[in-house]
Design a protein around this ligand. Sequence first.
Ligand code: AMP
Ligand code: ZN
Ligand code: FE
Ligand code: FE
Length: 269
Amino acid sequence: MDLDLHLHSAASDGTLPPAEVVSAAIAGRLDVIALTDHDTLAGVLAAIEAARGQALAVIPALEISTTWEDADLHILGYFVDPMDPRIQEHCERAVGRREARLREMVSRLRDQGVDVAFERVAEAAGEGAPGRPHLARAMVEAGVVTSVPEAFDRYIGNDHPAYIPTLLLDPGEAIRLIHGAGGIAVWAHPPAHRLETLLPELRKGGLDGLEVYRPFLGRDRMLRIEAAARSAGLLVTGGSDWHGPEGGPLGEFRVHASEVSRFLEAGGM
Ligand code: AMP
Ligand code: ZN
Ligand code: FE
Ligand code: FE
């Protein structure tokens, strides 16, 4: 059984609608996926509906943006109840905050002589929870950069002056929200060099797992994160963080069920 536990759709900053993510997962011969859009559960029911009667299970999930010491840190929530009122309230608030933050980023870019209209960013986001990739796509369209990676590398990546953290929640609050909705909280793409300082904090907050398996991580860092998870008694998960077919076909990266068996058991699968 093959899984991908980290996927985005157009409900946030992915490029395909949820039902098409499901089709791509079936075409990629995956058996289980989790749709983990940023701060929204808006695509989850559509994905579950699209997978009905197909040989694909969809785990309801989301990726919550939290801020810790001026930098964003992402917490994945798996097996959450999509109807949970507190998670829904978070998601509603997140859309407003994400939009205000992108407006401020647009204005900082303008101060640097980089002109992109916020309306184009809003257009790129469409119905989805707005995020930096939408800003990057609007910058490509405006001709101020030639590609999305260039936009991040030169202007809106985490180390640049135009970058603003989401400032929505701290990690402990996100973990509590996820637990309150019956879910499992997993630290997404933990940087190996921050494990020592941050993991004890997150464990105090009730963290359940670490995302260990992902593309391009490299064996050394993967082993370090895996060892940290094991010694802390945490669950391990993995996923591609796929945002659409322009990043390669879905299913190219896959996690085997045996690698995440404790996680699946904890989720009742
Ligand atoms: P946001 O939630 O608005 O901060 O946007 C985070 C998203 O931006 C991530 O999920 C990625 O899709 C994308 N992203 C972050 N860093 C980069 C980068 N260096 N190059 C391309 N995309 C990136
Ligand atoms: Zn994203
Ligand atoms: Fe993330
Ligand atoms: Fe992600």
